[in-house]
Design a protein around this ligand. Structure first.
Ligand SMILES: Nc1ncnc2c1ncn2[C@@H]1O[C@H](COP(=O)(O)OP(=O)(O)O)[C@@H](O)[C@H]1O
Ligand SMILES: [Mg+2]
Length: 460
């Protein structure tokens, strides 16, 4: 029987099959199997006559004798990005930045490229846009520099060659889905092409010492288009998130070989560029938070950083049979559970009420530490009472109505103190860690949601 010369690879999870399938058996996605040619060596590998005799030339060396890594980081010009990268850009590294279209990847990297071009030669490879469009963006951002070279090229081999010979400190390739290598017959954007192109750029980066930033688009599900293999290949994977209309964009590291993945960067998009936000809590909280019923403040952790967020709830009578529940920035299932706890454990029913809850500023809340704040915002909207703008709420809520301790409580309380809050309703079990804050802020410990609701209804 003739040997197979092609195989099928799932674009989402990298599953390999010898036959085409409509649905990937591993990840369950439809229409993701793409044909890939098998290199002749691979196809006939087992029966190959070619024999390799090891030369033994490459010997291991003691770690103390190794040359100190020429690990001289340089600043990207944007402090928030430097933080996420672990303290600056590492030469010879390959960084992948993923994000939805329009989130600001090109804008961010144009600024980075222009900043680095102040001291060294840098290249911006635009495979998606024309040179003219890049120029227009540079002019709009006010960052046109002599040393920033722009290349309009989609051939990955040409790009890699230019990186190798150009002596650049930094190169940006926008985007990895738009480039191709003519050595493969697959179309640009297919798994095989993405992986092969990234590999070539990686080799060029390592050989030339150029830091290469790759832009990648994300799929509907929010993962980088192309399989996970791309994430394994590169040194750092950053995700740029944020609603297109949202005030803030958040840059997170999903993988970082040169630093922690705990740091996040918060950016604000303006007409004249993208700016790091040093103190996002101040911007996320409105002046009249807690003044109208339904609005409460809480502290959420984003990596190692604490953000104060305002939650707003609106409750209105149901017009049609089934009450509506809608949440923005908050997990829907969590909201439904909290409404059930509110009804059963605090006697506040939303049975014939529509409930809308929103985390302001386009922030997504993923921690359970905001449960009590969500619960009290709905309770506040329901009973038309307020907590005042100097009160923050923290606590996880259990199904029995108990309020459970939250992690990293000191950081959260410190942030509240910094921003002028006067009291915090928090889990009783967290109190013993907070002795030193006793004089600075009023700490009200609660162990059951019923107590929290009572406190809110008592104090206007
Ligand atoms: N001339 C302009 N003035 C103001 N904002 C603009 C202009 N051109 C583009 N933008 C905004 O900049 C944002 C980021 O665009 P871009 O960096 O190209 O995103 P990406 O590369 O992630 O797709 C977009 O949301 C867009 O609305
Ligand atoms: Mg772009």
């Amino acid at each position: 029987m003739a040997k197979a010369t092609s195989q099928y690879i799932c674009a989402e999870c990298g599953y390999i099959s010898s036959k085409w399938m409509g649905k990937c058996p591993t990840c369950g996605n439809w229409n993701t199997m793409q044909e890939q040619e098998i290199a002749p060596m691979q196809a006939f590998g087992a029966s190959s006559k070619r024999k390799y005799t090891p030369t033994g030339a490459n010997k291991p060396k003691p770690v103390t004798k190794l040359e100190g890594e020429s690990f001289r980081r340089f600043s990207s010009g944007i402090d928030e990005l430097d933080n996420v990268l672990g303290g600056g850009v590492v030469p010879a590294s390959l960084v992948l930045i993923g994000g939805d279209p329009g989130v600001g990847k090109s804008t961010l990297l144009t600024e980075v490229c222009a900043f680095a071009a102040q001291n060294a030669s840098c290249m911006y490879v635009s495979a998606e846009e024309s040179c003219y469009q890049v120029k227009m963006r540079c002019d709009r951002l006010g960052v046109s520099r002599e040393n920033m070279l722009v290349l309009n090229e989609t051939n990955a081999d040409e790009i890699a060659q230019e990186i190798l010979t150009g002596g650049y400190a930094l190169a940006v390739v926008d985007s990895v889905q738009a480039i191709y290598t003519p050595e493969l017959s697959a179309t640009a954007g297919s798994v095989t092409q993405i992986r092969e192109c990234a590999l070539r750029l990686m080799r060029a980066a390592k050989a030339s010492g150029t830091a290469v930033f790759l832009v990648g688009h994300v799929t509907k599900e929010g993962t980088l288009a192309g399989p996970k293999v791309l994430e394994h290949l590169v040194d750092t994977v950053l995700y740029f998130e944020g609603e297109n209309s949202g005030a803030f964009k958040i840059l997170r590291a999903a993988k970082n070989r040169f630093g922690s993945t705990n740091e996040i960067g918060v950016f604000e998009m303006r007409g004249d560029g993208i700016f790091g936000v040093e103190n996002p809590s101040e911007l996320l909280l409105s002046e009249n938070r807690g003044v109208s019923a339904g609005a409460v403040a809480t502290a959420t952790m984003e990596g190692s950083r604490c953000l104060l967020v305002e939650l707003q709830a609106l409750v209105s009578s149901t017009v049609y049979g089934t009450p509506r529940r809608m949440s923005l920035g908050i997990d829907y299932n969590r909201l439904v559970v909290i409404l059930a706890v509110l009804e059963k454990r605090a006697n506040l029913s939303t049975a014939n009420q529509d409930v809308y809850v929103n985390a302001m500023g386009g922030i997504r809340i993923i921690e359970p530490a905001q449960d009590l704040a969500i619960l009290l915002s709905v309770a506040s909207a329901l009973s038309n009472t307020t907590l005042g703008n100097k009160t923050a709420i923290l606590g996880e809520v259990g199904l029995t109505g108990e309020v459970r301790a939250v992690p990293q409580i000191e950081k959260r309380v410190a942030e509240c103190v910094k921003l002028g809050f006067e009291r915090i309703i928090l889990p009783k079990s967290n109190l013993k860690l907070l002795q030193k804050y006793k004089d600075k802020i009023q700490l009200i410990g609660v162990s059951h949601v019923y107590q929290a609701v009572k406190i809110m209804q008592k104090k206007q």
